[in-house]
Design a protein around this ligand. Structure first.
Ligand code: NAD
Length: 430
């Protein structure tokens, strides 16, 4: 793995290179996605079934698009019972973490009869996209569905592409059933996103679409934003490890590779204050890569976006980490909590050598849907907040309004909105 001395120039080159991974740089797919969206909007199910035939090679129609109870039962018979137990344990942790995020309505009253407040309402219907092209992602099902459940969403539907026999990954179905999905549709790609955004005869329109997917899914979500809400436009996975001379190089190398294996666009970066650690981690990475099953993907991802940066001190290491604003950050230093207090931008922060990133992917409880591509500067992890909305509550008594009615009339008149002023004035005509 390449080792680079941290300077202004190397930092700027790396930041520029990392930005190439943004889904916003994939304009060439946009016209294909726009055509799919338009077709679904105008021709509904007919176009949906055609795309499923073209892209997934499956014969799906109005009679078999919904996954049946029998198919879910079959899925349970195909999944390792020990994995089902693990899924159930993960659900307990994810639920209890998200329960703490719940927000409640509140009302404040004053002696003059004024009541102000905020009413919290869960979204009515949410659509979760679960990728199905190249691999199964039961953990994505849990991380997207459970916060919506905790928020109190009335109906949660799920879309996932079928294989050419019209089947869905059994682990995806088991995770969906365990998490409490209401209806599962066999539909994938941009066409599934469009169906959930606009509604077709088979798939109902939702209020919000969440969940990861390939570039077609990501660009489709971006394009339907406004018709519906979306979680985010997810880019490729990222890890940034801040480590000093006390870190175990083998652990650090293993953790970097855990993200590099996602895909060739994933990024794995170590920022260390120790040149000795830099060389040791690089050597450990080489040893691991030779043994791991996804070695080709890992090697490409490291060649494209893997770096070991040597910083002069921990403050410089934290500064560059804040600029990169990584999806996942690990801090493996003498005093990780002290370093954490200086971190401003990161999706999830893992502290100490026993908090390796995959713990957060599957099990600890916090959500694994995190801001990527530097968006941790302004976005947060997926949470219960994503599945609620707030309405402001305003109730004045006659006395309370009388005390300030001329103030409002003055403001409205200054904006030349005489009807506004009048709607207050009529109440005090006599
Ligand atoms: P997918 O379900 O996202 O995509 C499959 C669909 O893509 C197909 O159903 C088809 O409709 C569509 N498609 C394929 N080729 C097309 C073409 N030429 N034109 C138009 N549409 C086409 O599954 P995938 O492809 O395996 O991708 C999953 C992605 O999700 C991966 O990039 C993976 O890394 C990512 N992922 C991210 C997270 C996360 O948390 N960030 C989690 C899981 C998966």
């Amino acid at each position: 793995m390449r080792i680079v001395e941290l300077t202004d120039e190397s930092k700027n080159n790396i930041l520029e290179n990392l930005l190439k991974r943004s889904p916003n740089s994939y304009g060439k797919f946009e016209s294909a996605v726009a055509e799919i969206l338009l077709n679904i909007k105008t021709r509904g199910d007919e176009a949906l079934f055609e795309y499923t035939k073209n892209f997934d090679k499956a014969d799906i129609n109005a009679d078999n698009i919904v996954v049946t109870e029998a198919e879910i039962e079959e899925a349970y018979s195909l999944v390792d019972p020990e994995l089902i137990d693990v899924i159930r344990k993960a659900i307990v942790n994810i639920r209890s973490f998200h329960e703490k995020q719940k927000q409640y309505s509140w009302f404040d009253s004053k002696p003059d009869g004024t009541i102000l407040g905020q009413k919290v309402t869960a979204l009515a219907r949410v659509g979760v996209y679960v990728p199905g092209g190249k691999a199964a992602y039961p953990s994505s099902v849990l991380m997207n569905v459970l916060p919506a459940k905790v928020a109190g969403v009335d109906q949660i539907i799920m879309c996932t592409p079928p294989d050419k026999e019209g089947k869905v990954y059994p682990t995806t179905l088991v995770a969906a059933k365990e998490a409490g999905v209401d209806v599962i549709y066999k539909a994938g790609g941009a066409q599934a996103v469009a169906a959930m955004a606009y509604g077709t005869k088979s798939i109902p329109k939702v209020d919000k679409i969440c969940g990861p997917g390939n570039i077609y899914v990501a660009l489709a979500k971006k394009a339907v934003f406004g018709y519906v809400s979306i979680d985010s436009v997810a880019g490729p996975s990222e890890i940034l490890v801040i480590a000093d001379e006390t870190a175990n190089p083998r652990y650090v190398a293993a953790d970097l590779l855990s993200q590099a294996e996602h895909d060739e666009m994933a990024s794995a970066i170590l920022v260390t204050t120790s040149e000795d650690l830099a060389h040791k981690v690089s050597a450990e990475v080489d040893k691991f890569v030779a043994e791991l099953s996804r070695k080709e993907i890992i090697q490409k991802s490291l060649d494209n976006y893997g770096y070991i940066l040597v910083a002069k001190d921990i403050d410089e290491a934290v500064d560059v980490a804040n600029e990169i604003a990584s999806e996942h950050m690990e801090i493996v230093t003498k005093n990780p909590f002290d370093v954490m207090t200086k971190v401003k931008n990161a999706g999830a922060i893992f502290l100490g050598e026993y908090s390796s990133e995959p713990l957060g992917d599957y099990f600890a409880g916090p959500n694994h849907v995190l801001p990527t591509n530097g968006t941790a500067k302004f976005f947060s992890p997926l949470s219960v907040d994503d599945f609620i909305k707030k309405s402001s509550i305003i109730s004045y008594s006659r006395n309370a309004l009388e005390a300030i009615h001329t103030d409002i009339e003055k403001f409205a008149t200054a904006e030349h909105l005489t009807a506004h002023a009048n709607s207050i004035k009529v109440r005090f005509e006599n």
